[in-house]
Design a binder for this molecule. Structure first.
Ligand code: ZN
Length: 108
């Protein structure tokens, strides 16, 4: 079995300092800067799914009675999106916190 290779986003080479985030894919480890890490497609997919599932449950629990009763108060305009946004931010924050790397494995 061939050893896994480490790939870097191009921004890490341009900006030596800063936070580095480590992700795994089928080819090996991928190190990304913050800007690229927040746009990491697998992490975004997981965060969106968490947002859809948790946001829907929260909306059903907190606003379900009003929505099913047809009582659409103006506060729903900001409450419902927040119930989807919060799980997205929490899931993304957790994923980024768990993927922080010191870049110690870099061989350049
Ligand atoms: Zn980058």
């Amino acid at each position: 079995m061939a050893p896994l290779k480490t790939y870097y986003c191009s921004h890490i080479e341009m900006r030596r300092a800063g936070r580095i985030f480590s992700f795994q894919n089928q080819h090996g480890e991928v190190l990304k800067c913050f800007r690229c890490a927040v746009r990491h497609p697998p992490m975004l997919r997981r965060s969106i799914w968490a947002s859809v599932v948790v946001g829907t449950i929260l909306t059903a629990i907190n606003q379900g009675t009003f929505i099913l009763g047809g009582d659409f108060s103006p506060s729903l305009v900001w409450k419902v999106p927040l119930q989807y946004l919060v799980p997205f931010v929490v899931a993304s924050w957790g994923a980024l916190s768990n993927s922080r790397s010191t870049g110690a494995g870099r061989d350049d």
